[in-house]
Write a protein that binds this ligand. Structure first.
Ligand code: PMP
Length: 397
């Protein structure tokens, strides 16, 4: 009998487990559409030119790596606040923005702080949502339930269902919302629908937690930021998690941020003091390099312009691949309207394929997506989109 005799084997992470399976697959035509990582036209993870230039700048001014403050690199936090809420926005002095370990770290610090503020609150996530939302908020001690989101039949958002569920939620309920590029469905709300969500949040005294993991991947940095700014105009307090994993292709550097909008500057100071304790007792303070890279890109006019252009290239390439997939499915003889694939935005497409079809795609064709039918369209390219289309056609027949 050892200390760990009763420890159960945990199931493998649904998505990272797929990557393991993919690596072991000997099919020479295999394609990994499981993990949410943007790849360029040659199937490679890109090193953005703006990031490469920032790396050089940092290397030229190489300095010792001291501890950062608990809330992170001050210039980075200020740049992120400008990006998320608009430069010089009226809300700046009542927003707390702290560097975090990617979007996941931001969500977790936010969840831990929320649990302290309102331990009895429930958390509502969209049905479906990014897998880790459920796990992360559960692990932080919350009961997690779902609000209606995806309408499989209409191929879009079940907005009436969503509003009904939010309206029925108890005051203080935390509602996790995808600020843009909904993962996994690819269906976002319209500007009018966001207005109604804001009304519902205000009327029901709900706590909005906007997860912004893909700013720049729908329409552009400014356009995609509009929803958060709408909230900032109307909602006195809410949370925003930011990730640069995708937008700067800095996955492994763990660059993200948590912003908490407070009622006023004095409240913001008190909130920051508590958030610092959450961080201090977890990982003490965040790492330097990724934040320095991001701050360099965000604050240098030329590098920032280059970033905007490179984000545009990524966005356009994904859109082109959505179109190529629709064309490929038609060419492969599949009947039906696949225009929904081009209606969706962001890195994912909810293909509408069943679990059995997804399993067949993997086992017979080496095409890997999640069992829920989600495929990462940002991993398609001119060389694999034809094969993927034919494989999907084969499992649909
Ligand atoms: N939220 C959503 C909706 C995501 O899709 C992801 C990444 N897959 C994250 C948060 C986490 O981002 P990061 O890798 O920066 O932790």
């Amino acid at each position: 009998m050892s200390l760990f005799s009763d420890v159960q084997q945990a199931p493998p992470d649904a998505i990272l487990g797929l990557t393991e399976q993919f690596k072991a697959d000997t099919n020479p035509q295999k394609v990994n559409l499981g993990v949410g990582v943007y790849q360029d036209a040659s199937g490679k993870l890109p090193l953005l030119r703006c990031v490469e230039a920032a790396e050089k700048k940092l290397a030229e001014a190489a300095a010792a790596k001291g501890y950062l403050p608990i809330d992170g690199l001050a210039t980075y936090d200020a740049d992120v606040k400008d990006l998320v809420f608009g430069e010089g926005s009226a809300v700046h002095d009542r927003v707390v923005t702290v560097q975090a370990l990617g979007g996941t770290g931001a969500l977790r610090v936010g969840a831990d702080f929320l649990r302290q503020v309102n331990p009895d609150a429930k958390v509502l996530i969209s049905n479906p949502s990014w897998e880790n939302h459920q796990a992360l908020f559960t692990r932080a001690g919350f009961t997690v339930e779902k609000y209606a989101y995806y309408d499989a039949e209409a191929k879009g958002v079940d907005f009436d269902g969503m509003i009904a569920d939010l309206t029925a939620a108890a005051p203080g309920t935390v509602v996790v919302l995808h600020a843009c590029c909904h993962n996994p469905t690819g269906y976002d709300l319209t500007a009018d629908q966001w207005d109604q969500v804001i009304e519902t949040v205000l009327a029901g005294d709900l706590v909005a937690f906007l997860d912004m993991a893909y700013q720049g991947f729908s329409e552009g940095l400014e356009e995609d930021g509009a929803t958060v700014r709408k909230f900032a105009e109307r909602v006195p307090s809410f949370f925003v998690s930011t990730s640069f994993s995708k937008s700067l292709s800095l996955y492994g550097e763990r660059v993200g941020a948590l912003s908490i909008v407070c009622a006023d500057a004095e409240e913001a100071r008190r909130v920051l003091s508590q958030v610092k304790i959450v961080i201090r007792t977890n990982y003490s303070n965040p790492p330097t390099h990724g934040a320095q890279l991001a701050a360099t890109v965000l604050s240098d006019a030329d590098l920032r312009a280059q970033w905007v252009a490179e984000l545009g290239e990524m966005r356009d390439r994904i859109k082109a691949m959505r179109g190529a997939l629709v064309d490929g499915l038609k060419a492969a003889g599949v009947d039906g309207d696949f225009s929904y694939i081009t209606d969706q935005v962001g890195m994912f497409s909810f293909s509408g394929l069943t679990k059995d079809q997804m399993v067949r795609l993997r086992n017979e064709f080496g095409v890997y997506g999640t069992d829920t039918g989600r495929i990462c369209v940002a991993a398609l390219n001119d060389d694999n989109v034809g094969y993927v289309s034919e494989s999907i056609a084969a499992v649909l027949k």
